[in-house]
Design a protein around this ligand. Structure first.
Ligand code: SAM
Ligand code: DTB
Ligand code: SF4
Length: 334
């Protein structure tokens, strides 16, 4: 059976999303076992290397300069500080280190040169290095690849139709353009979105349809439950129903079987049993550490307990073979 398809229709994805819940989870668990080692979870650590003051108007984001959210603006960190944080994350069991900057786009300036140095240095720690820096040109993506970047996170966030209700300062096509540049540079793609922003089920299905019909599926698909932050236009939003989150994860697993389905923002609100259900439904990646970019995340020790209790194991770095091997590594390491 060929599980990997890029010709999904929205109707097919909708039929999956709306299956009876336990049947959906069972099918997703089955698919998960066919393509992944069950119980293995990729652990990423996030660091905000440049915080706040962003010119964009993303309605969910505490780092947009135009909203008053109490996030303190911080200029780009120094390379040494970042390497220290990466070392700590590695010691805590993270195999991937993701550096986030509150930029609209990358500019070819000294800040970008410094980020390239960060990528080179973290790469030396034998961790999968990831960045999320906003929009990229083709040549910027190539420079990041050359520096040893393993993954680039760039979320499409929601459906094409709903996009401009959430973000007015750029278009959906801009996001897709950056994803193509990342792919072309041979960097693995991490792209997903947020639920709980007032979108319909159709929008969620549309978002997954866009990702699942790209010429190549993203290697990683983060599903974030909106963290409502006071001061943002979505600050008063109600928490997204848990079962919607499970449906999203299971649908990711079924339409993009090989992707890492990342249970991302919003984990702090979930019980252990709820997280367990997400892992059963195909989630196999999390952000660990007590902070996401600016909002809290479960404590390191409570995640350790969860891994112990549910019998989960952290996945080793570079466990997935990839065509574009980072500088200094051979396929034998992959
Ligand atoms: N500025 C870059 C960009 O927008 O691509 C990178 C950083 S941005 C904060 C990364 C992602 O975090 C966003 O695309 C969004 O999906 C997610 N995010 C931001 N604020 C969030 C919130 N309050 N709740 C859930 N996810 C959020
Ligand atoms: C992703 O999809 N979620 C992460 C990561 N990619 C960069 C970010 C979540 C941010 C949540 C809000 C905050 O902490 O500022
Ligand atoms: Fe800026 Fe990214 Fe936040 Fe949008 S999501 S406001 S681009 S930091």
């Amino acid at each position: 059976m060929n599980d990997i398809r890029n010709n999904w229709t929205k109707e097919e994805i909708a039929a999956i999303y709306h299956r009876p819940l336990l049947q959906l989870i069972l099918e997703a668990a089955d698919m998960h076992r066919r393509h992944h080692t069950f119980g293995e979870v990729q652990v990423s650590s996030l660091l905000s290397i440049k915080t706040g003051g962003c010119p964009e108007d993303c309605a969910y984001c505490p780092q947009a300069a135009r909203y008053h959210t109490g996030v303190k603006v911080q200029a780009l960190m120094q390379v040494e500080e970042v390497v220290e944080k990466a070392q700590e994350a590695k010691a805590g069991g993270a195999s991937r280190f993701c550096m986030g900057a509150a930029w609209r786009e990358v500019r070819d300036n000294r800040d970008f040169d410094r980020v390239l140095d960060m990528v080179k240095e973290v790469n030396k720690l034998d961790m999968e290095v990831c960045c999320t820096l906003g929009m990229l040109t083709e040549s910027q993506a190539a420079r990041l690849a050359e520096a040893g970047l393993y993954a680039y996170n760039h979320n499409i966030d929601t459906s094409e139709e709903y996009y401009n209700n959430i973000i007015g300062t750029r278009d959906f096509e801009d996001r897709i353009g950056t994803l193509l540049h990342v792919r072309k540079a041979g960097i693995t793609v991490c792209s997903g979105g947020i639920i709980g922003m007032g979108e319909t089920n159709e929008d969620r299905i549309g978002m997954l349809h866009t990702l699942a019909t790209l010429p190549q599926h993203p290697e990683s698909v983060p599903i974030n439950a909106l963290v409502p932050v006071e001061g943002t236009p979505l600050g008063e939003s109600k928490r997204v129903p848990f079962y919607d989150l499970v449906r999203m994860i299971a649908t990711v697993r079924l339409v993009m079987p090989k992707a890492a389905a990342r249970l991302s923002a919003g984990r702090l609100e979930l019980s252990l049993a709820e997280q367990g259900m997400c892992f059963l439904a195909g989630a196999n990646s999390i952000f660990a550490g007590d902070k996401l970019l600016t909002t809290p995340n479960p404590e390191f020790n409570s995640d350790l307990e969860m891994f112990e209790l549910l019998g989960l194991k952290p996945k080793a770095a570079f466990a997935d073979k990839r065509e574009n091997i980072p500088a200094g590594k051979s396929t034998a390491d992959a």
